[in-house]
Design a protein around this ligand. Structure first.
Ligand SMILES: C[S@@+](CC[C@H](N)C(=O)[O-])C[C@H]1O[C@@H](n2cnc3c(N)ncnc32)[C@H](O)[C@@H]1O
Length: 274
C-alpha cells in the first residue's frame, strides 16, 4: 500500500467517526509513524512497511474514538515551543496564544517584570512568556500536582530551568509578589455544558476545563498581589468576555478592555489595578 492509499483509508475511517479534519489528522498520524514531517509525506515513492501500517491503523482507531490528536502524538505546538501533553493537562489552545500576545504587549517597557500565571497546566503560558521575554521572572501555580509534573518536564525540554518557578497550590499558593502582571486561563466551561461539547473534551482533565467563578477568584487574588498599575489578563470562554469585563470594573480594575483571538472571537479580558 502506498502512502497516498494509506492516507485515504485512514481519512475515510476518521470521516466515518465524524472527526472534524480527517485528512489532516491522517497526515499527522502517518507522519508520526514514519518519523517524517507532514510536508515530507508526499515526497518520494516510499511504501510503508507492514508494521508501520499496523501502527498507523492502531492510531487511526484511537483518533476515531475521538481521542485528541495532541494526546496521541504526545506533544503540541504553542507559540514557539513544542510542549509535552498528556491527559494530566489541558491541551494548549490557539486562543491562549492571543493571551500571551496581550501579556507581551502589556509588559513592554517594564524591565525584568515579575509575572504570576495562575493555573499553569502544561506550563504553556508561563513557558511561552519566559521564552519570549527572557528577562521576566515568572511564577506559575496549579492545584494539580500531576499537571505540574508535565509543566516541569516542559520547562526542562525548553531549557527554561531557573526562569520559571512552578508552585503547587490554590490561586497565589502563598506567593506574595508583588507582580507586574497576573495572567490566568482558569477552568471556565459550565459543568452542565461539558457533556454537550465535542467528545474530545472527555479525555481532558475535567478540573482543568469545568469550573465556575474562576475569573472572579483570580481577579480578587490579583488585586492583592499586583503592583499599582499592574495588569491582569484573563482568558474567557466564548460569550463570557462581557461579563468578565463587567466584573473587573465592578471590583475596581481600570482600563478594562476586551480583545479578540485570531479567529475574531472576544476571548481575552484585561484590566489594571488602580
Ligand atoms: C484551563 S487549564 C489552563 C492550563 C494552561 N495555563 C493553558 O492555558 O493551557 C486551568 C488550570 O488551572 C488549574 N487550576 C484550577 N483551579 C485552580 C486554582 N484555584 N488555583 C490554581 N490552579 C488552578 C487546573 O488544574 C488547570 O491546570
Amino acid at each position: 500500500m502506498t502512502v497516498r492509499e494509506a492516507l485515504a483509508e485512514g481519512a475515510a475511517s476518521l470521516e466515518r467517526a465524524e472527526c472534524p479534519s480527517p485528512e489532516v489528522d491522517a497526515e499527522w498520524l502517518l507522519a508520526y509513524v514514519l518519523g517524517v514531517r507532514r510536508s515530507e509525506l508526499y515526497t518520494g515513492e516510499r511504501e510503508p512497511a507492514a508494521a508501520e501500517l499496523d501502527r498507523f491503523g492502531a492510531l487511526v482507531s484511537r483518533r476515531a474514538m475521538r481521542e485528541p490528536l495532541a494526546y496521541i502524538l504526545g506533544e503540541w505546538g504553542f507559540r514557539r515551543l513544542t510542549l509535552v501533553v498528556d491527559p494530566r493537562v489541558l491541551i494548549p489552545r490557539p486562543e491562549t496564544e492571543s493571551v500571551v500576545e496581550r501579556c507581551l504587549e502589556l509588559l513592554r517597557g517594564i524591565e525584568a517584570p515579575a509575572v504570576l500565571d495562575i493555573g499553569a497546566g502544561s506550563g504553556a503560558i508561563a513557558l511561552a512568556l519566559a521564552d519570549e521575554r527572557p528577562d521576566a521572572r515568572i511564577v506559575a501555580t496549579d492545584v494539580s500536582s500531576a499537571a505540574l509534573e508535565v509543566a516541569e518536564e516542559n520547562r526542562r525540554r525548553a531549557s527554561l530551568n531557573g526562569r520559571v518557578r512552578f508552585v503547587h497550590g490554590d490561586l497565589l499558593a502563598g506567593e506574595e509578589g508583588p507582580f507586574d502582571l497576573v495572567v490566568s486561563n482558569p477552568p471556565y466551561v459550565a459543568p452542565t455544558e461539558l457533556d454537550a461539547l465535542e467528545p474530545e473534551l472527555r479525555y481532558e482533565p475535567r478540573e482543568a476545563l469545568a469550573g465556575e467563578g474562576g475569573h472572579e477568584a483570580v481577579a480578587r487574588a490579583a488585586l492583592e498581589t499586583l503592583v499599582p498599575g499592574g495588569a491582569l489578563v484573563l482568558e474567557a470562554g466564548d460569550g463570557q468576555a462581557g461579563d468578565v469585563a463587567a466584573h473587573l470594573r465592578q471590583i475596581g480594575f481600570r482600563e478594562v478592555r476586551v480583545s479578540e483571538d485570531l479567529a475574531g472571537r472576544e476571548r481575552v479580558v484585561e484590566g489594571r489595578r488602580p
